[in-house]
Design a protein around this ligand. Structure first.
Ligand code: C2E
Ligand code: CA
Ligand code: CA
Length: 399
């Protein structure tokens, strides 16, 4: 990749470049941890100068953001993006291309208009496009910006929160706005081998996304170790130099044609399911504890807790009823299923008992039944994990 020689450009030079068609998207591949295959990529802006040198966005976008010229760039480039997606659909109809926008782009109506028209004319499917926004772009979102985000969601387009883990109010923003995925900040991801605090941030972000049922994408993955760690931790998708840098459209298409394959495992998926299940157990017990310390007239004021008593709403239930990716005998799964159902039923009964005022002995008995089934579920899942580890050990290559 060429390095740009200049570091600053006049506004006029940037405007001319846009109008002369010197801006292009390069695409950085994004891989699914569940399949090890490319699901799509991120469109990253490149200024290709007539002499062939490349200028990276950090050399002209911050200034374009300041002057407001960024909205012109977006309006022109989103048309290119749609054309590129049409080309990509020929090799991968369900390709997912992420596109970055700035706060100013949400203040104008054209982005929604252009996408609505491209989707309405069936040039692209809404699933082909994802919009990445940073927290700073939406932290002070007014009604207009909010409406634009909801319009995009109504079109079927996914909104991704970029650079997650760097801001201060990420949690609040995440819960208020219609995000369907969060993208872990690349700095935080890259610093995991140096400083445990970064690992904490990554793991707690994955945990939170799990609770909110949203996808996670890791960015800045440069080593095999970081890739494997994120895969085992149940992250959904991954992007970074270890897989590939941003490249011109033709090279990106070759990646799909070559059917490139990276390591994959559904183990993180099982772990997510187990975590979600354990979180249910904890929520039930904490809730019963809370009720016992609160007078019944205050119960309406308690914080809302998502107590999903249906086993099909528990991720563990969804995992063994669906794509579990582990053979195991039918007998094992039947036992797991039966106790998992009984446990969720017992959870509901336990909460009812605690609310009924039947007294501590009745609550203790209902807790005992709940925990008995929970222990059997744990033992069954532990056995699945054991069998899984044994298989990983045999399939591992190298020392
Ligand atoms: P971003 O959205 O966080 O994009 C990721 C940046 O990290 C890209 O830099 C990418 O090349 C780089 N990167 C990806 N994986 C790795 C890795 O493993 N190691 C390292 N060291 N870097 C990695 P790039 O292309 O220079 O883009 C920089 C920023 O410019 C982007 O950050 C985004 O905020 C902005 N940008 C790029 N294209 C557009 C665009 O079309 N519109 C807008 N509004 N912003 C854009
Ligand atoms: Ca991005
Ligand atoms: Ca990012």
């Amino acid at each position: 990749m060429d390095n740009p020689t200049e570091t600053t450009f006049t506004d006029e030079a940037v405007e001319n470049a846009l109008h002369r068609g010197e801006f292009r998207f390069h695409y950085q591949p994004k891989v699914s941890f569940l399949t090890g295959k490319i699901v799509g990529g991120e469109a990253l802006l490149r200024w290709i100068r007539p002499d062939g040198t490349q200028v990276f966005p950090d050399q002209f976008l911050p200034r374009a953001e300041e002057t407001g010229f960024i909205t012109d760039i977006t309006a022109v480039m989103v048309q290119d993006l749609i054309e590129d997606i049409e080309t990509l659909r020929a090799v991968k109809p369900d390709v997912q291309v992420a596109f970055n926008i700035s706060a100013k782009d949400l203040k104008t109506p054209y982005l929604v208009k252009i996408l609505r028209s491209a989707i309405g004319n069936r040039r692209i499917d809404p699933g082909n496009i994802q919009i990445e926004v940073t927290e700073t772009a939406v932290v002070d979102a007014d009604n207009v910006v909010l409406q634009r985000l909801f319009d995009l969601v109504a079109l079927g387009v996914e909104i991704v929160m970029d650079d997650f883990g760097t801001g201060y109010s990420s949690l609040d923003v995440l819960s208020r706005l219609p995000f369907s995925a969060l993208k872990l900040d690349q700095g935080v991801v890259r610093r995991m081998p140096e400083d445990v605090r970064n690992t904490h941030i990554v793991l707690s972000s994955l945990y939170m996304a799990r609770e909110l049922s949203i996808k996670t994408i890791a960015e800045g993955v440069e080593t095999e170790g970081t890739y494997s760690f994120l895969m085992a931790s149940g992250c959904s998708e991954v992007q970074g130099y270890w897989i590939g840098k941003a490249m011109p459209l033709d090279d990106f298409i070759s990646f799909f044609e070559e059917k490139a394959q990276w390591p994959f495992s559904a183990f993180g998926h099982l772990y997510n399911a187990w975590d979600n299940h354990i979180s249910y157990r904890r929520k039930v017990l904490d809730y019963v504890h809370t009720l016992s310390f609160t007078s019944p007239k205050e119960w309406n004021e308690l914080p809302k807790v998502d107590l999903f008593h249906s086993p099909a709403r528990c991720r563990l239930g969804q995992w063994y009823m669906g794509e579990r990716g582990e053979e195991g005998s039918q007998e094992h799964y039947a036992r797991l299923d039966s106790h998992h159902r009984l446990m969720h039923e017992a959870g509901e009964t336990l909460i009812e008992t605690a609310r009924s005022g039947k007294g501590p002995a009745a609550v203790a008995e209902a807790t005992g039944i709940f925990l008995k089934h929970s222990d059997i579920v744990d033992a069954e899942v532990s056995r699945i994990v054991e069998r899984w580890m044994a298989r990983c050990e045999c399939s591992r290559k190298g020392p």
